[in-house]
Write a protein that binds this ligand. Structure first.
Ligand code: PLP
Length: 496
Protein backbone atom coordinates (compact mmCIF):
# COMPACT_ATOMS: atom_id res chain seq x y z
CA UNK A 1 0.00 0.00 0.00
CA UNK A 2 1.31 3.46 -0.81
CA UNK A 3 2.59 5.47 2.10
CA UNK A 4 0.07 8.23 1.47
CA UNK A 5 -2.77 5.78 1.90
CA UNK A 6 -1.33 4.53 5.18
CA UNK A 7 -1.12 8.13 6.33
CA UNK A 8 -4.69 8.78 5.25
CA UNK A 9 -5.92 5.70 7.03
CA UNK A 10 -4.04 6.58 10.21
CA UNK A 11 -5.50 10.07 10.08
CA UNK A 12 -9.08 11.04 10.96
CA UNK A 13 -10.28 9.16 13.98
CA UNK A 14 -9.20 5.56 13.50
CA UNK A 15 -10.63 3.02 15.93
CA UNK A 16 -7.99 0.53 14.98
CA UNK A 17 -5.17 1.56 12.73
CA UNK A 18 -2.70 -0.80 11.06
CA UNK A 19 0.49 -1.93 12.74
CA UNK A 20 2.54 0.10 10.27
CA UNK A 21 1.42 3.66 10.66
CA UNK A 22 3.81 5.84 8.82
CA UNK A 23 7.07 6.34 7.04
CA UNK A 24 10.37 4.94 8.23
CA UNK A 25 13.63 6.67 9.06
CA UNK A 26 14.54 9.54 6.80
CA UNK A 27 11.13 9.46 5.19
CA UNK A 28 11.66 6.08 3.51
CA UNK A 29 8.45 4.08 3.20
CA UNK A 30 8.06 1.23 5.66
CA UNK A 31 7.57 -2.00 3.77
CA UNK A 32 4.46 -3.72 5.10
CA UNK A 33 5.51 -7.19 4.02
CA UNK A 34 7.22 -9.57 6.44
CA UNK A 35 10.97 -9.25 6.35
CA UNK A 36 10.84 -5.49 6.52
CA UNK A 37 14.20 -3.95 5.59
CA UNK A 38 16.29 -2.99 8.59
CA UNK A 39 16.03 0.62 9.73
CA UNK A 40 18.90 2.93 8.85
CA UNK A 41 21.01 3.85 11.89
CA UNK A 42 21.49 7.65 11.92
CA UNK A 43 24.86 7.38 13.68
CA UNK A 44 28.19 5.66 13.22
CA UNK A 45 30.33 3.73 15.65
CA UNK A 46 33.23 5.48 17.41
CA UNK A 47 33.88 3.14 20.33
CA UNK A 48 33.19 -0.59 20.35
CA UNK A 49 32.56 -3.08 23.12
CA UNK A 50 33.12 -6.76 22.41
CA UNK A 51 30.03 -8.93 22.91
CA UNK A 52 30.44 -12.02 25.10
CA UNK A 53 29.56 -15.30 23.36
CA UNK A 54 28.77 -17.94 26.00
CA UNK A 55 28.49 -21.54 24.78
CA UNK A 56 25.37 -23.62 25.38
CA UNK A 57 27.10 -25.39 28.29
CA UNK A 58 28.17 -22.06 29.81
CA UNK A 59 24.63 -20.72 29.51
CA UNK A 60 23.24 -23.80 31.24
CA UNK A 61 25.74 -23.47 34.08
CA UNK A 62 24.94 -19.77 34.39
CA UNK A 63 21.21 -20.51 34.64
CA UNK A 64 21.79 -22.98 37.45
CA UNK A 65 24.09 -20.65 39.34
CA UNK A 66 21.54 -17.80 38.97
CA UNK A 67 18.68 -20.00 40.21
CA UNK A 68 16.90 -19.31 36.90
CA UNK A 69 16.58 -15.61 37.78
CA UNK A 70 18.24 -13.59 34.99
CA UNK A 71 18.74 -10.59 37.28
CA UNK A 72 21.39 -12.81 38.92
CA UNK A 73 23.40 -13.37 35.72
CA UNK A 74 26.74 -11.68 35.12
CA UNK A 75 26.83 -9.45 32.05
CA UNK A 76 29.70 -11.49 30.54
CA UNK A 77 27.29 -14.42 30.38
CA UNK A 78 24.98 -12.48 28.04
CA UNK A 79 25.20 -12.04 24.27
CA UNK A 80 22.37 -9.55 23.79
CA UNK A 81 20.93 -7.79 26.82
CA UNK A 82 17.30 -6.73 26.45
CA UNK A 83 16.59 -6.77 30.18
CA UNK A 84 15.82 -3.06 30.19
CA UNK A 85 16.16 0.21 28.30
CA UNK A 86 16.91 1.89 31.62
CA UNK A 87 20.38 3.38 31.99
CA UNK A 88 21.65 1.13 29.21
CA UNK A 89 21.76 3.91 26.60
CA UNK A 90 24.85 4.71 24.56
CA UNK A 91 25.85 8.31 25.17
CA UNK A 92 26.80 10.50 22.24
CA UNK A 93 30.17 12.13 21.60
CA UNK A 94 28.54 15.42 22.62
CA UNK A 95 27.47 13.94 25.94
CA UNK A 96 30.94 12.54 26.64
CA UNK A 97 32.39 15.95 25.80
CA UNK A 98 29.89 17.50 28.23
CA UNK A 99 31.15 15.19 31.00
CA UNK A 100 34.55 16.85 30.65
CA UNK A 101 33.18 20.26 31.61
CA UNK A 102 31.96 18.93 34.94
CA UNK A 103 32.19 21.56 37.65
CA UNK A 104 32.23 19.50 40.82
CA UNK A 105 31.32 22.32 43.18
CA UNK A 106 29.15 21.11 46.04
CA UNK A 107 26.80 24.08 45.72
CA UNK A 108 25.92 26.29 42.77
CA UNK A 109 27.66 24.25 40.07
CA UNK A 110 27.31 25.73 36.58
CA UNK A 111 26.27 22.26 35.37
CA UNK A 112 23.15 22.54 37.52
CA UNK A 113 22.35 25.93 36.00
CA UNK A 114 22.62 24.45 32.50
CA UNK A 115 20.58 21.35 33.46
CA UNK A 116 17.90 23.43 35.11
CA UNK A 117 17.55 25.75 32.14
CA UNK A 118 17.17 22.83 29.72
CA UNK A 119 14.50 21.13 31.86
CA UNK A 120 12.71 24.45 32.35
CA UNK A 121 12.74 25.11 28.63
CA UNK A 122 11.43 21.62 27.78
CA UNK A 123 8.83 21.32 30.54
CA UNK A 124 8.01 24.84 31.71
CA UNK A 125 8.15 23.62 35.34
CA UNK A 126 9.85 26.27 37.51
CA UNK A 127 11.08 24.06 40.39
CA UNK A 128 13.41 21.22 39.43
CA UNK A 129 15.23 18.84 41.76
CA UNK A 130 17.76 16.39 40.35
CA UNK A 131 17.81 12.86 41.78
CA UNK A 132 20.04 9.89 41.15
CA UNK A 133 17.26 8.08 39.25
CA UNK A 134 13.51 7.82 38.74
CA UNK A 135 12.58 5.95 41.91
CA UNK A 136 14.43 8.58 43.95
CA UNK A 137 12.19 11.20 42.34
CA UNK A 138 9.22 8.98 43.29
CA UNK A 139 10.53 8.75 46.84
CA UNK A 140 10.65 12.56 47.11
CA UNK A 141 7.22 13.03 45.55
CA UNK A 142 5.34 10.33 47.46
CA UNK A 143 7.03 10.91 50.81
CA UNK A 144 5.95 14.55 50.38
CA UNK A 145 2.37 14.10 49.11
CA UNK A 146 1.20 10.57 49.90
CA UNK A 147 -0.07 9.69 53.41
CA UNK A 148 -1.47 6.49 54.93
CA UNK A 149 -4.91 6.04 53.39
CA UNK A 150 -4.13 8.10 50.26
CA UNK A 151 -5.40 6.78 46.96
CA UNK A 152 -3.15 7.26 43.92
CA UNK A 153 -4.69 6.78 40.47
CA UNK A 154 -2.35 6.10 37.54
CA UNK A 155 -3.08 4.70 34.09
CA UNK A 156 -0.78 1.84 35.18
CA UNK A 157 1.71 1.96 38.00
CA UNK A 158 5.23 0.97 37.14
CA UNK A 159 6.70 -1.43 39.73
CA UNK A 160 8.82 1.15 41.56
CA UNK A 161 5.99 3.70 41.50
CA UNK A 162 3.62 1.16 43.01
CA UNK A 163 6.24 0.24 45.62
CA UNK A 164 6.67 3.88 46.67
CA UNK A 165 2.91 4.44 46.96
CA UNK A 166 2.62 1.33 49.14
CA UNK A 167 5.71 2.27 51.15
CA UNK A 168 4.02 5.55 52.10
CA UNK A 169 0.79 3.81 53.10
CA UNK A 170 -1.12 4.72 49.94
CA UNK A 171 -3.24 2.58 47.68
CA UNK A 172 -2.24 2.46 43.99
CA UNK A 173 -5.21 2.20 41.62
CA UNK A 174 -4.79 1.53 37.92
CA UNK A 175 -7.29 3.33 35.69
CA UNK A 176 -6.07 2.42 32.21
CA UNK A 177 -8.57 2.04 29.39
CA UNK A 178 -9.91 -1.49 28.87
CA UNK A 179 -8.00 -1.63 25.55
CA UNK A 180 -4.76 -1.76 27.53
CA UNK A 181 -5.65 -5.25 28.73
CA UNK A 182 -6.33 -6.71 25.28
CA UNK A 183 -2.90 -7.67 23.89
CA UNK A 184 -4.26 -8.37 20.42
CA UNK A 185 -6.21 -5.13 19.94
CA UNK A 186 -4.38 -2.82 17.56
CA UNK A 187 -5.34 0.67 18.71
CA UNK A 188 -3.30 3.88 18.60
CA UNK A 189 -3.46 5.02 22.26
CA UNK A 190 -3.67 2.00 24.51
CA UNK A 191 -1.86 3.93 27.25
CA UNK A 192 -4.92 6.17 27.75
CA UNK A 193 -6.71 6.66 31.05
CA UNK A 194 -10.31 5.43 31.36
CA UNK A 195 -11.84 8.86 32.08
CA UNK A 196 -15.08 7.33 33.40
CA UNK A 197 -13.21 5.12 35.85
CA UNK A 198 -11.03 8.04 36.98
CA UNK A 199 -14.06 10.31 37.47
CA UNK A 200 -15.90 7.67 39.51
CA UNK A 201 -12.82 7.07 41.65
CA UNK A 202 -12.30 10.79 42.33
CA UNK A 203 -15.99 11.26 43.16
CA UNK A 204 -15.87 8.28 45.50
CA UNK A 205 -12.66 9.19 47.33
CA UNK A 206 -12.67 12.98 47.03
CA UNK A 207 -9.76 15.39 46.93
CA UNK A 208 -9.06 14.77 50.63
CA UNK A 209 -7.93 11.25 49.90
CA UNK A 210 -6.39 11.73 46.46
CA UNK A 211 -3.31 13.95 46.76
CA UNK A 212 -2.43 13.62 43.06
CA UNK A 213 -3.32 11.86 39.85
CA UNK A 214 -0.41 10.35 37.95
CA UNK A 215 -0.21 9.49 34.26
CA UNK A 216 2.65 7.41 32.88
CA UNK A 217 3.82 8.29 29.34
CA UNK A 218 4.36 5.94 27.64
CA UNK A 219 2.68 3.22 29.71
CA UNK A 220 5.63 0.91 30.38
CA UNK A 221 3.72 -1.76 32.30
CA UNK A 222 1.03 -1.86 29.61
CA UNK A 223 3.44 -2.42 26.73
CA UNK A 224 5.06 0.98 26.17
CA UNK A 225 1.79 2.30 24.75
CA UNK A 226 1.29 6.03 24.25
CA UNK A 227 -1.23 8.38 25.87
CA UNK A 228 -2.97 10.85 23.57
CA UNK A 229 -2.94 14.57 24.22
CA UNK A 230 -6.74 14.60 24.02
CA UNK A 231 -6.92 11.97 26.77
CA UNK A 232 -4.42 13.75 28.99
CA UNK A 233 -6.37 16.99 28.54
CA UNK A 234 -9.46 15.20 29.90
CA UNK A 235 -7.48 13.81 32.85
CA UNK A 236 -6.23 17.29 33.64
CA UNK A 237 -9.77 18.71 33.40
CA UNK A 238 -11.35 16.05 35.62
CA UNK A 239 -8.62 16.31 38.28
CA UNK A 240 -8.30 20.08 38.30
CA UNK A 241 -12.08 20.50 38.59
CA UNK A 242 -11.62 18.79 41.98
CA UNK A 243 -8.46 20.74 42.88
CA UNK A 244 -6.31 17.62 42.54
CA UNK A 245 -2.87 18.13 40.98
CA UNK A 246 -1.73 16.02 38.04
CA UNK A 247 1.80 14.63 37.77
CA UNK A 248 3.36 12.94 34.78
CA UNK A 249 5.65 9.94 35.03
CA UNK A 250 7.59 11.36 32.09
CA UNK A 251 10.32 8.71 31.67
CA UNK A 252 9.46 8.16 28.00
CA UNK A 253 7.86 11.49 27.20
CA UNK A 254 9.79 11.94 23.92
CA UNK A 255 8.75 8.51 22.62
CA UNK A 256 5.18 9.32 23.64
CA UNK A 257 5.41 12.63 21.78
CA UNK A 258 6.65 10.82 18.67
CA UNK A 259 3.57 8.57 18.65
CA UNK A 260 1.31 11.57 19.22
CA UNK A 261 2.92 13.28 16.24
CA UNK A 262 2.29 10.19 14.11
CA UNK A 263 -1.20 9.33 15.31
CA UNK A 264 -3.02 12.39 16.62
CA UNK A 265 -4.14 14.67 13.80
CA UNK A 266 -4.10 17.75 16.04
CA UNK A 267 -0.35 17.40 16.57
CA UNK A 268 0.73 16.15 13.14
CA UNK A 269 3.96 17.71 11.99
CA UNK A 270 4.65 19.52 15.25
CA UNK A 271 8.08 19.21 16.84
CA UNK A 272 8.69 16.73 19.65
CA UNK A 273 9.52 19.59 22.00
CA UNK A 274 6.24 21.36 21.15
CA UNK A 275 4.20 18.21 21.71
CA UNK A 276 5.99 17.47 24.97
CA UNK A 277 5.28 21.00 26.10
CA UNK A 278 1.58 20.60 25.29
CA UNK A 279 1.51 17.75 27.84
CA UNK A 280 3.58 19.52 30.48
CA UNK A 281 1.42 22.64 30.23
CA UNK A 282 -1.54 20.54 31.41
CA UNK A 283 0.37 19.08 34.37
CA UNK A 284 1.45 20.35 37.78
CA UNK A 285 4.70 18.45 37.86
CA UNK A 286 6.53 15.30 36.89
CA UNK A 287 8.94 12.58 37.90
CA UNK A 288 11.64 11.56 35.46
CA UNK A 289 14.07 8.71 35.11
CA UNK A 290 16.63 10.20 32.73
CA UNK A 291 17.92 6.65 32.26
CA UNK A 292 15.17 6.44 29.64
CA UNK A 293 14.52 9.48 27.44
CA UNK A 294 17.35 11.42 29.10
CA UNK A 295 19.81 9.22 27.18
CA UNK A 296 22.12 8.85 30.16
CA UNK A 297 23.25 5.94 32.33
CA UNK A 298 22.16 7.46 35.62
CA UNK A 299 20.02 10.44 36.64
CA UNK A 300 16.53 11.76 37.10
CA UNK A 301 14.54 14.60 38.59
CA UNK A 302 11.26 15.67 40.10
CA UNK A 303 9.66 18.93 39.00
CA UNK A 304 6.67 20.97 40.13
CA UNK A 305 4.89 24.27 39.63
CA UNK A 306 3.76 24.46 43.25
CA UNK A 307 6.11 26.54 45.43
CA UNK A 308 4.93 24.91 48.69
CA UNK A 309 5.39 21.42 47.33
CA UNK A 310 8.76 22.54 45.95
CA UNK A 311 9.95 23.59 49.40
CA UNK A 312 9.03 20.17 50.81
CA UNK A 313 10.58 18.32 47.88
CA UNK A 314 13.77 20.28 48.43
CA UNK A 315 13.89 19.26 52.09
CA UNK A 316 13.30 15.62 51.21
CA UNK A 317 15.93 15.88 48.45
CA UNK A 318 18.57 17.13 50.87
CA UNK A 319 17.61 14.38 53.34
CA UNK A 320 17.63 11.47 50.89
CA UNK A 321 19.67 12.53 47.85
CA UNK A 322 22.01 15.46 48.30
CA UNK A 323 22.12 19.22 48.05
CA UNK A 324 19.69 21.07 45.73
CA UNK A 325 22.22 21.59 42.95
CA UNK A 326 23.38 17.99 42.54
CA UNK A 327 20.81 15.65 44.09
CA UNK A 328 22.73 12.38 44.28
CA UNK A 329 24.74 12.84 41.07
CA UNK A 330 28.16 14.00 40.04
CA UNK A 331 27.78 17.45 38.48
CA UNK A 332 29.17 16.10 35.18
CA UNK A 333 26.15 13.78 35.11
CA UNK A 334 23.85 16.81 35.12
CA UNK A 335 25.70 18.19 32.09
CA UNK A 336 25.35 14.87 30.22
CA UNK A 337 21.66 14.78 31.14
CA UNK A 338 21.12 18.30 29.78
CA UNK A 339 22.59 17.26 26.42
CA UNK A 340 20.74 13.92 26.40
CA UNK A 341 17.35 15.44 27.12
CA UNK A 342 17.71 17.64 24.05
CA UNK A 343 19.08 14.85 21.84
CA UNK A 344 16.04 12.73 22.76
CA UNK A 345 13.82 15.28 21.02
CA UNK A 346 15.63 14.98 17.67
CA UNK A 347 13.26 13.60 15.08
CA UNK A 348 15.80 11.50 13.20
CA UNK A 349 16.91 9.83 16.41
CA UNK A 350 13.32 9.03 17.38
CA UNK A 351 12.38 7.81 13.90
CA UNK A 352 15.17 5.27 14.09
CA UNK A 353 14.41 4.38 17.68
CA UNK A 354 10.76 3.60 17.04
CA UNK A 355 11.52 1.92 13.68
CA UNK A 356 14.03 -0.38 15.40
CA UNK A 357 11.48 -1.57 17.96
CA UNK A 358 8.90 -2.01 15.19
CA UNK A 359 11.46 -3.96 13.13
CA UNK A 360 11.86 -6.47 15.96
CA UNK A 361 8.07 -6.74 16.33
CA UNK A 362 7.55 -7.34 12.62
CA UNK A 363 10.30 -9.96 12.41
CA UNK A 364 8.71 -11.81 15.35
CA UNK A 365 5.20 -11.52 13.89
CA UNK A 366 6.44 -12.91 10.59
CA UNK A 367 7.59 -16.01 12.50
CA UNK A 368 4.15 -16.36 14.10
CA UNK A 369 5.34 -15.32 17.57
CA UNK A 370 2.42 -13.81 19.55
CA UNK A 371 3.26 -10.25 20.58
CA UNK A 372 1.36 -7.43 22.21
CA UNK A 373 0.04 -5.12 19.53
CA UNK A 374 0.70 -2.49 18.41
CA UNK A 375 4.43 -2.47 19.09
CA UNK A 376 5.20 0.18 21.71
CA UNK A 377 7.96 2.73 22.03
CA UNK A 378 10.80 1.00 23.83
CA UNK A 379 10.15 -2.72 23.73
CA UNK A 380 8.39 -5.64 22.14
CA UNK A 381 6.27 -7.65 24.58
CA UNK A 382 5.60 -11.35 24.06
CA UNK A 383 2.09 -12.50 24.95
CA UNK A 384 2.87 -15.34 27.34
CA UNK A 385 -0.62 -16.85 27.52
CA UNK A 386 -0.66 -17.39 23.77
CA UNK A 387 3.03 -18.42 23.61
CA UNK A 388 2.78 -21.13 26.31
CA UNK A 389 -0.93 -21.99 26.61
CA UNK A 390 -0.12 -25.40 28.11
CA UNK A 391 1.43 -23.89 31.27
CA UNK A 392 -0.79 -22.76 34.16
CA UNK A 393 -0.03 -19.54 36.04
CA UNK A 394 1.39 -21.62 38.92
CA UNK A 395 4.03 -22.91 36.51
CA UNK A 396 5.33 -19.34 36.04
CA UNK A 397 5.11 -19.34 32.24
CA UNK A 398 6.58 -15.83 31.86
CA UNK A 399 9.73 -16.72 33.78
CA UNK A 400 9.92 -20.08 31.98
CA UNK A 401 9.92 -18.20 28.66
CA UNK A 402 12.60 -15.75 29.83
CA UNK A 403 14.79 -18.74 30.75
CA UNK A 404 14.24 -20.46 27.38
CA UNK A 405 15.12 -17.34 25.40
CA UNK A 406 18.38 -17.07 27.32
CA UNK A 407 19.06 -20.78 26.88
CA UNK A 408 18.48 -20.48 23.12
CA UNK A 409 20.42 -17.35 22.25
CA UNK A 410 22.15 -15.93 25.33
CA UNK A 411 19.51 -13.18 25.23
CA UNK A 412 18.34 -11.63 28.48
CA UNK A 413 14.71 -10.46 28.71
CA UNK A 414 12.36 -9.88 31.65
CA UNK A 415 8.99 -11.09 32.84
CA UNK A 416 6.43 -8.30 33.24
CA UNK A 417 3.41 -9.91 34.88
CA UNK A 418 2.32 -11.67 38.04
CA UNK A 419 5.91 -12.31 39.10
CA UNK A 420 6.95 -8.66 38.81
CA UNK A 421 3.76 -7.23 40.29
CA UNK A 422 2.65 -9.94 42.68
CA UNK A 423 -0.91 -10.31 43.80
CA UNK A 424 -0.94 -7.79 46.64
CA UNK A 425 -1.43 -4.14 45.73
CA UNK A 426 -1.33 -4.83 42.03
CA UNK A 427 -3.46 -1.78 41.33
CA UNK A 428 -6.41 -3.90 40.26
CA UNK A 429 -7.47 -4.64 36.74
CA UNK A 430 -7.07 -7.84 34.76
CA UNK A 431 -3.63 -9.35 34.55
CA UNK A 432 -1.32 -9.18 31.56
CA UNK A 433 1.37 -11.85 31.37
CA UNK A 434 4.16 -10.50 29.24
CA UNK A 435 7.84 -11.00 28.52
CA UNK A 436 9.52 -7.74 27.61
CA UNK A 437 12.31 -7.37 25.07
CA UNK A 438 13.47 -3.82 25.80
CA UNK A 439 15.84 -2.15 23.36
CA UNK A 440 18.58 0.02 24.85
CA UNK A 441 18.83 3.31 22.97
CA UNK A 442 21.50 3.62 20.22
CA UNK A 443 23.11 0.33 21.26
CA UNK A 444 22.24 -2.63 19.03
CA UNK A 445 22.36 -2.94 15.24
CA UNK A 446 19.63 -4.26 12.97
CA UNK A 447 21.63 -7.48 12.44
CA UNK A 448 21.69 -8.06 16.18
CA UNK A 449 17.96 -7.45 16.41
CA UNK A 450 17.37 -9.91 13.56
CA UNK A 451 19.44 -12.45 15.55
CA UNK A 452 17.11 -11.94 18.53
CA UNK A 453 14.01 -12.49 16.39
CA UNK A 454 15.45 -15.72 14.96
CA UNK A 455 16.33 -17.09 18.39
CA UNK A 456 12.86 -16.30 19.80
CA UNK A 457 11.39 -17.88 16.65
CA UNK A 458 13.29 -21.11 17.42
CA UNK A 459 11.97 -21.09 20.99
CA UNK A 460 8.46 -20.63 19.59
CA UNK A 461 8.94 -23.59 17.26
CA UNK A 462 9.73 -25.88 20.21
CA UNK A 463 7.25 -24.27 22.63
CA UNK A 464 5.21 -27.44 23.32
CA UNK A 465 8.22 -29.01 25.07
CA UNK A 466 8.87 -26.04 27.37
CA UNK A 467 8.46 -26.86 31.06
CA UNK A 468 7.37 -24.60 33.87
CA UNK A 469 9.24 -23.36 36.93
CA UNK A 470 8.48 -23.21 40.63
CA UNK A 471 9.67 -20.91 43.38
CA UNK A 472 12.40 -22.09 45.75
CA UNK A 473 12.67 -18.64 47.39
CA UNK A 474 10.06 -15.87 47.21
CA UNK A 475 10.90 -12.48 48.79
CA UNK A 476 8.13 -10.15 50.02
CA UNK A 477 9.03 -6.96 48.13
CA UNK A 478 9.91 -6.49 44.43
CA UNK A 479 10.29 -10.30 44.19
CA UNK A 480 11.47 -10.42 40.58
CA UNK A 481 14.93 -9.10 41.47
CA UNK A 482 15.93 -11.77 43.97
CA UNK A 483 13.49 -14.70 43.70
CA UNK A 484 14.92 -18.18 43.09
CA UNK A 485 13.40 -20.84 40.88
CA UNK A 486 13.86 -24.45 39.86
CA UNK A 487 12.49 -26.43 36.92
CA UNK A 488 9.13 -27.92 37.76
CA UNK A 489 9.48 -31.67 37.25
CA UNK A 490 5.79 -32.42 37.66
CA UNK A 491 5.14 -30.24 34.67
CA UNK A 492 7.67 -32.05 32.54
CA UNK A 493 5.72 -35.27 32.94
CA UNK A 494 2.51 -33.59 31.74
CA UNK A 495 3.86 -32.25 28.41
CA UNK A 496 3.00 -34.58 25.52
C1 PLP B 1 12.19 3.19 34.99
C2 PLP B 1 10.91 3.72 35.42
C3 PLP B 1 10.75 4.30 36.68
C4 PLP B 1 11.84 4.27 37.75
O1 PLP B 1 13.04 4.81 37.32
P1 PLP B 1 14.47 4.27 37.81
O2 PLP B 1 15.42 5.23 37.17
O3 PLP B 1 14.61 2.88 37.32
O4 PLP B 1 14.51 4.33 39.29
C5 PLP B 1 9.53 4.85 36.98
N1 PLP B 1 8.50 4.83 36.10
C6 PLP B 1 8.62 4.26 34.88
C7 PLP B 1 7.47 4.28 33.94
C8 PLP B 1 9.82 3.67 34.50
O5 PLP B 1 9.92 3.10 33.29
Amino acid sequence: MPVGAARERAGGHPRAVPAVYEVGPNGAPVDETPGTPPPFEPYRVKVVERLPNPTAAEREAALERAHYNLFQLRSDEIRIDLLTDSGTNAMSDRQWAAMMVGDESYAGSRNFTRFESVVRKLTGFPHIFPTHQGRAAENLLFSTLCRPGSVIPNNMHFDTTQAHVLHNGGRPVNVATAAAYDPDLDAPFKGNVDIGALTRLLDLEGSEKVPLVMVTITNNTGGGQPVSLANFREVSKVAHARDIPVYLDMCRWAENAYFVREREPEMRGRSIAEIGRAFFDLADGATMSAKKDGLVNIGGFVATRDADVAARLNEAQILFEGFTTYGGLARRDLEAMAVGLEEATELEYLEHRIAQVRFLGERLSALGVPILRPVGGHAVYLDVHRFLPHLSDEELPGQALVVEIYREGGIRTVEVGSLMFGKEGDGGGPSLELVRLALPRRVYSAAQIAYVAEAVGRVFARRAAIRGLRYTHRPAHLPHFTARFAPSEEVAAKVP
